[in-house]
Structure formats: structure tokens, C-alpha cells
Write a protein of this length. Structure first.
Length: 141
């Protein structure tokens, strides 16, 4: 059964690992990779990626991307969304901290942020406005 707008936005706001998909060009399947993301109901979705990464290159060329998040317990539920990129800018340490705190145990966040900021090179924040949603909770059928 499809989720209501409130249900799908709340589910997306939870810290799931997303599968990001973006057009990879003629003769290629879409690039599909796991990624951390940030979202608050009613807002934009944002991700961090390397400035020189293939993801950033392909997203910049396509001007849009998709995310899909899922869980399997207590019921199988998923939300898939896609939309246009509405902004891209160099990432700040504060944004890296915010997204890291969403996914890591509190006692590991500072060490990860320090390591990532020093070792992963320049990163960008890419913001997407969700336009199309597909969702379901297969436990409610």
C-alpha cells in the first residue's frame, strides 16, 4: 500500500542508507551507489560527495538524480524519489558533522569528521528538490 505524504516524508527523514541513481550516459546503465543523505520533511534532500567524483560529474551533467531508501523490518517499506538539482556548493565542516552525526554513534563522530575533512579531499553539497515519489509498505497489504 502506498504511503501518505506524511508517512513517506517521515520515513525519508529517518537515517537510512540510500541508493543513489544517476544517468551514466549513452550505452551505460545508471550509476547506482549507496550514500548518506540528509532530509527534513517538506524540505530539500542533500548529499555530500567528492568534488572530483564520478557521482558529482554525472549529477552535474544530468541535472537530477534519484534516491531509494528501504527497510525490511518490522515490515518491508520503501520510498523512492527523484528530482532536479537546485544547488551545489563546497561542503562545510559543519555539514560534514551534521550528516556524520546522523549515521554514526556519537562517540565516533568527531574522529570521523577529523579524518574525513583531512583525507577525503574537497567535497560538495548537492541539493535536490523531490518531484516524484514512489512508496509502499508491503506489510499493510
Amino acid at each position: 500500500m502506498a504511503l501518505t505524504r506524511e508517512e513517506r516524508e517521515q520515513f525519508l527523514a529517518e537515517p537510512h542508507i540510500a541508493a543513489l541513481a544517476v544517468d551514466a550516459g549513452a550505452g551505460r546503465a545508471p550509476l547506482t551507489v549507496p550514500i548518506w543523505y540528509q532530509y527534513e520533511p517538506g524540505g530539500l534532500v542533500w548529499i555530500l560527495t567528492g568534488r572530483d567524483s564520478r557521482k558529482n560529474e554525472l549529477i552535474s551533467a544530468a541535472g537530477r538524480f534519484s534516491l531509494m531508501v528501504e527497510r525490511v523490518e518490522p515490515t518491508i517499506r520503501y520510498v523512492s524519489l527523484e528530482g532536479p538539482v537546485v544547488g551545489s556548493a563546497p561542503a562545510t565542516r559543519e555539514q560534514l558533522h551534521e550528516i556524520s552525526a546522523r549515521y554514526l554513534p556519537a562517540e565516533k563522530v568527531e574522529a570521523y569528521v577529523d579524518f574525513s575533512w583531512k583525507e577525503h579531499g574537497d567535497t560538495v553539497v548537492i541539493r535536490m528538490r523531490p518531484e516524484r515519489w514512489v512508496s509502499s509498505d508491503l506489510g499493510s497489504v
